[in-house]
Design a protein around this ligand. Structure first.
Ligand code: HEC
Length: 121
């Protein structure tokens, strides 16, 4: 009986650890996002950049595309779905370059997606 309980406990522990390792991380999503996406999709351009926020290609393109009806800053959006983010990041979209798996791994992209969809309804 005791042995069965210990075995069950170990199995539960192993499952929990396994899940924790595989679950996408929102915190790491922000780290990867800040490195790879923020330079084009940030809210404010660095001071030394000309034209202020309009100097950011992603933010300014989305400001024009949606005419202010939805936020131009990706991090403020609540309508982005995982498949759309994945398709755009892997395939690119007009002015946005594609990103290879050697730059952002599939696991890191999952982390970015978890971060960008954190406020979705
Ligand atoms: C070199 C600049 C650049 C980088 C880096 C970049 N983007 Fe973009 N992104 C753009 C531009 C420009 C657009 C607008 C494309 C268009 O005209 O529809 C865009 C569009 C998007 C869209 C589509 C939004 C919509 O509603 O149409 C998503 C999603 C997106 N980017 C996610 C990301 C993510 C996630 C990263 C980081 C992995 C990233 N982008 C990195 C420039 C960039």
């Amino acid at each position: 009986m005791r042995k069965a309980i210990i075995t069950a406990g170990l199995a539960l522990l192993a499952t929990t650890v396994g899940l924790a390792q595989n679950a996408p991380s929102r915190d790491n999503g922000k780290v990867v996002y800040d490195k790879w996406c923020l330079p084009c999709h940030g809210a404010v351009a660095p001071a030394e950049m000309p034209f202020g926020g309009y100097g950011l290609p992603g933010t300014s393109a989305l400001r024009i595309k949606y005419r202010g009806e939805i936020p131009a800053v990706l991090e403020d959006r609540t309508d982005l779905v995982p498949a759309f983010i994945r398709t755009v990041v892997r395939g690119g979209l007009f002015g946005m370059p594609m990103t290879r798996r050697t730059e952002i791994s599939d696991a890191e992209l999952d982390d970015i997606i978890t971060y960008l969809t954190r406020n979705n309804n």
